[in-house]
Design a protein around this ligand. Structure first.
Ligand code: SF4
Length: 227
């Protein structure tokens, strides 16, 4: 997607989304949240990670991915030469579902205008979804086991505008199921490879700069490793 906004305008709109979410009562999650978690990162990020929903730690901190999943996300970012401040991290719903249950379809739908505003402000080149629930918001018919680790193409109906959708497993899934971690690492390397190719094509985005010091080839899958 060619960026048609300025960093200042993007930052203002992202701040406006955060303010609006903090007082939003459009779904029942407003009744149980400590605070909304709108997301954070660089307003000029060309790579946006979209998770599912805030958890207990995020609900208390008001920031996305601050627990064990966040540490793994930071490690995965470092493995491909990126820092959290260079990307933008957000969730499909901005308030924590009770008991960390999955967000209901009605809650995701109620929160969709915030997600749309954020993506319109950021105008990312790549949207990396984390987990099957985030993927379902953009590609309802896609199965993560079949499409993870490579750009996902759909012809119409997507919410991602001109951005490339790049499905990944959720870091929490890799923490619960150790065999998914090498898969996630390999998929991140594939994401780096995609970013490098994008940079070579002259995108010129700072966050998509080519990085030579990290692996860009997926390593072979080991026996018994999850797909
Ligand atoms: S989850 Fe989204 S729609 Fe629901 S109350 Fe929070 S900000 Fe509003």
């Amino acid at each position: 997607m060619e960026r048609t906004t300025t960093p200042n305008r993007a930052a203002l709109e992202l701040a406006s989304v955060a303010r609006d979410a903090s007082t939003c009562t459009a779904c029942g999650l407003s009744e149980t949240r400590t605070q909304a978690v709108p997301g954070e990162g660089s307003p000029t990020a060309a790579l946006v990670f979209v998770g599912e929903a805030p958890g207990a730690r995020e609900d208390l901190a008001g920031r996305p991915f601050v627990g064990a999943s966040g540490r793994l996300l930071d490690d995965l970012l470092a493995s491909i030469g990126l820092r959290r401040e260079e990307v933008f991290v957000l969730n499909t719903v901005k308030c924590r579902p009770p008991e960390n249950r999955n967000p209901q379809r009605s809650e995701t739908a109620a929160c969709a205008p915030f997600l749309t505003r954020q993506l319109q402000a950021l105008q990312p080149r790549v949207i990396a979804t984390l987990g099957k629930h985030a993927l379902a918001v953009f590609a309802p018919n896609a199965k993560i086991a079949e499409v993870h680790g490579r750009p996902y193409t759909q012809t119409e109906g997507g919410q991602q505008g001109g951005a490339v959708l790049f499905p990944l497993y959720h870091p929490a899934a890799a923490l619960h199921n150790g065999s998914l971690r090498p898969t996630l690492e390999r998929d991140m390397a594939a994401l780096r490879e995609h970013l490098n190719a994008d940079a070579r094509e002259g995108a010129g985005e700072a966050t998509l700069r080519e990085v030579d010091s990290v692996p860009t080839r997926p390593r072979p899958r080991t026996q018994g490793e999850a797909e």
